[in-house]
Design a protein around this ligand. Structure first.
Ligand code: AMP
Ligand code: MG
Length: 344
C-alpha cells in the first residue's frame, strides 16, 4: 500500500506499508535504512520512527519529520547487550543486572556514551539512551540491519504516540519511507527510562516497568517530583509538560465529580463530549457518552493511546477522564494523562 502527501522539506513523499512479519519486508526495510531513509516499525511499547543510529544525516531526518527540537535526545535501539556495550564508555554491573532482568523489554538505560554515538543522537549530552525492544519485527529488523537504530515514537512532536500503523500514517504520511505493519502494540505506552549515569540512579520517565521492580535491583531511585521545570525537560523531553496530547481538550476529574462536570459541560456547550472511566464501578447516567478502560494499570496503558486516537478520529472536542488510582503501579498512566491534559 502506498500513501503520498506534500512535504515542505523536499523529501521523497511516498510512504509504503508492508507486512512486517514477511521476511521480504524486513529486507526492504534494511535497504531503506542503509540508504539513509526512515522506517517506522512496531515495538512492544509504541511504533518507532527508525533511522541508522550511527549516521548523523539519517538521524537528522527523524528530527525533521517529527518537527522535534534538536535539544531532545533519541533512544538507540539494539538487538543485544553486546551491541549496547559498544555504545557506552563502560557497561556497568547495574546495567548488566537490569538488562538481564528486563531486556528485551520496555526499559531504557542511560549511560555515558562511547565515541561512536553521534552528537545529534545525544542532543549534545555526554550520555546515550539504550533499549532492546521485545518485539519479533523490531528484533528481526535490528538483527538484519546489524547496528543500532535511533527510534523515537513515530508521530509529530507533542502528538499522541502511535499504537497502530494507521496512527503513524495519520501523523507522518509522506515523511516516512516505509511502515512495517505489526498490528497493534501490546504495552501501548513508552518505555520506562532510568538514568544510570548518576548516583543514585534516577527514574526519568515512568513506564510499563514500575519503580518498585527497578528498586529491587538498583536500590532507592531518585525521582522528579511534581511539575518538571523546562531545563529538566530538556534532559528527557518526554517529561515536558504538554506531550502525548490528543486534538481534543482533555481534563481529569475525581470519579465522584465526573458526572457533575459532564452534565454541566453538556448544558453549556454544543461540543462533542465524552467521559472515560476505569473499570465498571463508576455509575454513569444513561445519557452519558463514555468509554471504559480496564481498572488495571497494564490493561489501561495498553489501550490508553488507542482510545485517544479513536476519540480524535470520531471528532470529540472535550474528553473528561477519571483520575487514575494514586498507587505506584498507576504512575505511568497518571503521568501520560497529566501531560495529555490542557495545561500539563
Ligand atoms: P520518545 O520520543 O518517546 O522516544 O522519547 C525518548 C526519550 O528518551 C525522551 O524522553 C528522551 O529525553 C530520552 N532520552 C534519550 N536520550 C537521552 C539522554 N542521553 N539523556 C536523557 N534522556 C534521554
Ligand atoms: Mg514521543
Amino acid at each position: 500500500m502506498l500513501n503520498s502527501s506534500p512535504n515542505s522539506n523536499g523529501r521523497v513523499c511516498t510512504t509504503q506499508i508492508l507486512d512486517g512479519f514477511d521476511r521480504g519486508s524486513i529486507d526492504r526495510a534494511v535497504s531503506v535504512l542503509h540508504s539513509g531513509g526512515l522506517v517506522a516499525f512496531p515495538t512492544e511499547t509504541v511504533y518507532g520512527l527508525g533511522a541508522d543510529g550511527l549516521n548523523s544525516e539519517s538521524v537528522a531526518k527523524i528530527f525533521e519529520a517529527k518537527g522535534r527540537p534538536s535539544t531532545n535526545p533519541l533512544i538507540l535501539h539494539v538487538s543485544s547487550i553486546n551491541v549496547a556495550e559498544s555504545l557506552v564508555r563502560k557497561w556497568t554491573d547495574l546495567a548488566q543486572k537490569l538488562a538481564d532482568k528486563f531486556w528485551p523489554g520496555p526499559l531504557t538505560i542511560i549511560l555515558p556514551a562511547s565515541g561512536i554515538v553521534p552528537e545529534i543522537v545525544r542532543a549534545g549530552n555526554p550520555t546515550v539512551a539504550l533499549r532492546c525492544p521485545n518485539h519479533q519485527i523490531a528484533l528481526e529488523l535490528l538483527t538484519s540491519f546489524d547496528g543500532p537504530l535511533a527510534a523515537p515514537s513515530a508521530n509529530k512532536t507533542t502528538e499522541t504516540s502511535p499504537t497502530k500503523p494507521e496512527h503513524v500514517l495519520n501523523s507522518l504520511a509522506g515523511k516516512v519511507d516505509l511502515i512495517l505493519d505489526g498490528g497493534r502494540t501490546v504495552a501501548g505506552i513508552e518505555s520506562t527510562i532510568i538514568n544510570l549515569a548518576e548516583t543514585p540512579p534516577r527514574l526519568l520517565r515512568p513506564g510499563p516497568i514500575c519503580p518498585k521492580e527497578l528498586e529491587e535491583i538498583v536500590g532507592k531511585l531518585s525521582r522528579f517530583e511534581g511539575t518538571v521545570p523546562t531545563e529538566i525537560a530538556q534532559i528527557a523531553p518526554g517529561m515536558s509538560q504538554r506531550h502525548y496530547a490528543p486534538k481534543a481538550r482533555l481534563t481529569i476529574h475525581e470519579a465522584t465529580e465526573l458526572v457533575t462536570h459532564y452534565n454541566e459541560l453538556k448544558q453549556n456547550t454544543k461540543e462533542k463530549i465524552v467521559a472515560v472511566v476505569f473499570g465498571s464501578e463508576v455509575a454513569l447516567p444513561p445519557n452519558c457518552d463514555h468509554r471504559r478502560l480496564p481498572l488495571e494499570p497494564y490493561g489501561a496503558s495498553a489501550r490508553l493511546y488507542a482510545v485517544l486516537h479513536d476519540l480524535d478520529s470520531q471528532g470529540y472536542q472535550e474528553v473528561l477522564f477519571q483520575k487514575p488510582p494514586l498507587t505506584e503501579d498507576w504512575l505511568a498512566v497518571t503521568d501520560r494523562l497529566s501531560r495529555a491534559a490542557d495545561g500539563g
